[in-house]
Design a protein around this ligand. Structure first.
Ligand code: M6R
Length: 614
């Protein structure tokens, strides 16, 4: 999705803005632009990549304050005219989000004499701001101060926004505001950065201030003043980000995705570390603020998530039902928000979102809360919007994930769900202390077992090469391995552009078998567990129809070789935990397939890392 950046300080703004925009490239975009404020508003923008924008920049652009933008087209083509910043007189604006009432505002502004150059919704913001500041299109004398003009502008906007603006009449001032789109300030020494996320300025500072919904900040190099939309001053405190810049760089790997797959032994460990006691068979999740009694009284869990996070949520459903005996539903944010859910009893809503900014998930959680539910979040991003909209937060400690395809955040989400289900299971008597101890012992082995899989990744690459030219792929699994199958298919289609479908293996004969042909690759997640024999039957079923079976199976399983064409092995683990290991195998399979097909692994077409619009 779009990324916005801003800078005010003592250094030349242009190179800083460009560098910050490059750090946001992973969010996905199709055009880019910057405005530097000097004696005028020096603006450069271009369709295409940031490198294309750089190629049209002069050697030096004077000015120590500016704004920049990467655009992911929603309203209008990805061309230079529609690229941000947008200008009105002496004001320039960049915007992330969607202005829902832009047509109505546009009409009003056209009546007032404003000339629209682009097809974007954003252009109404800059003209509206100009109108509130100057009262008419050609005036240069202010009618009010910039804060008042900004407040009046925001009051008219419906939809979501993170906005940054500079005005030639306000030298040294950067104005930012947000509603439902991420925005954070980085506090440097005599300089301040603004961005959609911290990775944009992490190399300059780790000290940050999050802009909250319906807040405006007037930012100068010596500091930022915050105000509510009604003009009330707001006191803000800074927080320190724990990630460092190395965590957000490629560290010698060809792609972020490969690096992030390799980081999973560590990220999985970091996510459970300090939270489990093998001696006591207990899980400590104090941050939940839920007593044993409150956990015992829960009647239902409602999980809300999108994409990969939804797949983690489906695994969560199985775990909560099996370990804690709590009926659990899993809904996508986009469906839940427009449904008519029955939320009676003690319902706990769990939002799973690595970014903490997914628009549909946020809207669905707001909906759930309006029914009076308690809401908690599982997220990877400290200070993200979801953390401010829920009653409690469990952080996955995966570190920054830059590749669009979620990998280490997925396994960290699964680990967090294990911890939660185990905690609930202990509180509700679904898991006895010995079973809990055994699960925790098995959990502690997972990081080492992930490393074993990574050490043998060449075998997975060989398999990927063998089937890289396929047009269709199917992934099948049962029970806990069903979400693994869904995620395996999502990963493959997302980055390799091969049509891939995930199915509950028992569903094959209800339709998809018709699609199985000679040579169709079927990935069967057939790890040892209570559905293993059923999986063998499904494998035989597809083999009989000509499919080529790639099985993901335990290291010590000799039976599987009789049926599968290729076997990708995982170290034997507890049945409940094997989905984590199988997922790592499928991530590597997708990665190497995409690599073989020459796809842009980290930035797949049409996709964005953080989906901040509906
Ligand atoms: O940030 P979120 O976890 O809320 O994102 C949800 C989906 O957009 C995300 O998981 C998406 O499906 C991934 N690109 C998949 O790899």
């Amino acid at each position: 999705m779009c990324g916005i950046v801003g800078y005010v300080g003592r250094n030349p703004a242009a190179p800083i803005l460009i560098d910050s925009l490059k750090k946001l490239e992973y969010r996905g975009y199709d055009s880019a632009g910057i405005t530097v404020l000097n004696s005028s508003l020096t603006t450069y923008k271009n369709a295409g990549m940031i490198a294309d924008l750089e190629s049209i920049l002069p050697g030096e652009i004077k000015g120590n304050i500016g704004i920049g933008h990467t655009r992911w087209a929603t309203h209008g083509q990805p061309n230079t005219t529609n690229a941000h910043p947008h200008l009105s007189g002496d004001i320039a604006v960049v915007h992330n989000g969607i202005i829902e009432n832009y047509l109505e505002l546009k009409e009003k502004l056209i009546q007032a004499g404003y000339d629209f150059k682009s097809e974007t919704d954003t252009e109404v913001i800059v003209h509206l701001l100009h109108w509130h500041l100057y009262g008419e299109v050609s005036s240069e004398s202010k009618k009010c101060d910039i804060l008042t003009a900004f407040r009046m502008t925001l009051k008219e906007l419906e939809g979501s926004y993170a906005i940054a603006a500079v005005c030639r009449n306000e030298p040294g001032l950067l104005v930012v505001a947000r509603k439902d789109s991420p925005l954070v300030l980085g506090l440097g020494n005599g300089e301040i950065f603004a961005a959609s996320d911290v990775t944009a300025f992490l190399k300059h500072t780790k000290s940050v201030m999050f802009v909250d919904d319906m807040e405006i900040a007037l930012v100068r190099n010596e500091g930022a003043e915050f105000f509510g939309i009604d003009g009330t001053p707001i006191t803000k405190h800074s927080t320190t980000i724990e990630w460092d810049i190395e965590a957000a760089e490629k560290a010698g790997y060809q792609h972020y995705m490969l690096k992030e797959i390799h980081e999973q032994a560590t990220s999985v460990h970091d996510t459970f570390s300090g939270k489990v006691s093998e001696m006591e068979g207990s899980v400590n999740l104090d941050e939940l603020n839920l007593s044993n009694e409150q956990i015992q009284h829960l009647t239902r869990i409602e999980i809300i998530a999108c994409g990969t996070s939804w797949n983690a949520g489906l695994l969560g459903k199985y775990l909560f039902e099996q370990l804690a005996g709590i009926h659990t539903d899993v809904d996508t944010g986009s469906e839940f928000r427009y449904g008519y859910p029955v939320m009676c009893g003690e319902v706990l809503t769990i939002a799973i979102t690595q970014s903490g900014e997914t628009a549909d998930t946020l809207a669905a959680v707001r909906g759930a809360k309006s029914y009076g539910c308690r809401a908690m979040a599982i997220t990877n991003v400290v200070g993200s919007t979801i953390t401010r909209e829920t009653d409690s937060v469990l952080y996955t400690r995966a570190g920054p994930e830059i590749g669009v395809a979620a990998t280490k955040t997925f396994t960290a989400q699964m680990i967090t769900l294990y911890l939660l289900a185990l905690r609930f299971g202990r509180a509700r008597g679904g898991v006895n202390v010995d079973d809990a101890k055994n699960l925790i012992i098995a959990l502690k082995r997972i990081p080492g077992q992930i490393q074993m899989i990574l050490n043998k990744k060449d075998l997975i690459q060989e398999c990927a090469l063998q089937f890289a030219d396929s047009n269709d792929y199917f992934f099948i699994g049962r029970h806990l391995n069903y979400p693994v199958a869904l995620e395996g298919a999502l990963k493959l289609k997302e980055i390799s552009y091969i049509h891939a479908e995930g199915y509950a293996a028992g569903e094959l004969k209800h339709g998809p078998l018709a699609l199985i042909n000679d040579g169709t690759p079927i990935v069967a997640i057939a790890t040892k567990g209570h559905t293993y024999d059923k999986m063998l039957s499904n494998i035989k079923e597809v083999k009989a129809r000509g499919a080529v079976v790639i099985a993901v199976a335990d290291e010590d399983d000799t039976e599987i070789e009789k049926y599968a064409d290729v076997v990708l092995r995982i170290p034997p683990s507890h049945e409940l935990l094997s989905p984590i290991l199988s997922s790592v195998v499928l991530q590597l399979l997708a990665y190497y397939t995409a690599l073989a097909r020459g796809c842009p692994v980290d930035k797949p077409r049409n996709l964005a890392k953080s989906v901040t619009v509906e």
